[in-house]
Unconditional design. Structure first.
Length: 282
């Protein structure tokens, strides 16, 4: 009985790992390369072990022998992102937020309102902007490329940063722990071929940071004044301020509430189970 359960657990864990790899590749735009690698491995198994073609199989064996190094080179960004997510500090922050959940919720809602107001004003004046909101994956490496600010979020501050010809307007503003931590930051540019042609460098940078982390990026187009939002390797364009506020609320405030509710539920369940056990003993 036990070996059967272990086999089922083994299959489940392998399936979960493959699904996680597939999702990571899809979000990063490297899915075609990943499918190509799987196709090559399937061809190698077919030639070497099914058809048993010695000459062609030996040639493919040489490629497979150096395959690990090739995979590290091909997927170095994805591997880095995976280990960064494993060492994310957000799980510790969520534990700390249990002691002041209402304050964290109010703070998040306040800065979302200020950010949406700034985007509305910049869209009306066609002022280009790129705002990145840190989530689970740390953005410290990108903060170092810009100028540190560490200020309370306000609409006036954001508008002044992105005002044309100011020293900090060219680059991205990074928001972390409900504060503006840096401006004029350099972000990775997406190499995806699925981006519409009318999107510029800001949109490609927003998509790039959303592919390499779980950050949320908000873009205001300098040419059209349209607002776009990038998250998890996808970008949504031509958003109204109402839609922007709703989506930010879903991605930031509601996710925080879920993270805070889960540990509390576990504690309540443990308390109720301990209480029932003590009653049974009595």
């Amino acid at each position: 009985m036990l070996p059967n359960l272990l086999n089922i657990l083994d299959i489940f864990l392998v399936s979960l790992l493959l699904y996680g790899v597939y999702k990571l590749m899809k979000n990063s735009g490297a899915l075609n390369i990943f499918i190509g690698v799987l196709s090559f491995l399937a061809l190698w198994v077919l030639v070497s072990y099914v058809l048993k073609l010695k000459m062609l199989g030996g040639l493919l064996d040489k490629f497979v022998s150096v395959g690990a190094i090739a995979l590290i080179v091909l997927f170095q960004n994805e591997i880095r992102r995976f280990f960064v997510m494993l060492g994310s500090r957000r799980q510790w922050n969520s534990f700390v937020s249990l002691f002041s959940p209402k304050q964290a919720e109010r703070s998040s809602k306040q800065y979302i309102v200020q950010m949406v107001l700034a985007c509305k004003n910049m869209a009306e004046s066609k002022t280009g902007a790129l705002i990145v909101i840190e989530q689970n994956v740390s953005l410290d490496s990108y903060v170092l490329t810009g100028e540190r600010i560490d200020a309370v979020i306000s609409a006036r501050l954001i508008e002044n940063i992105f005002f044309k010809n100011t020293p900090l307007h060219d680059g991205a503003v990074i928001v972390s722990n409900d504060r503006v931590v840096a401006a004029a930051c350099i972000l990775p540019v997406s190499s995806s071929t699925d981006i519409p042609g009318h999107y510029g460098l800001r949109h490609r940078s927003a998509l790039g940071i959303s592919q390499q982390s779980d950050a949320i990026a908000v873009v205001v187009s300098e040419e059209t004044g349209q607002i776009a939002l990038a998250h998890n390797g996808t970008i949504l364009g031509n958003l109204t301020t109402t839609e922007l506020e709703r989506r930010l609320d879903e991605l930031i405030v509601q996710k925080k509430e879920l993270r805070e509710e889960r540990p509390a539920r576990r504690l309540r369940r443990r308390g109720s189970s301990d209480g029932s056990r003590s009653k049974q003993k009595a």
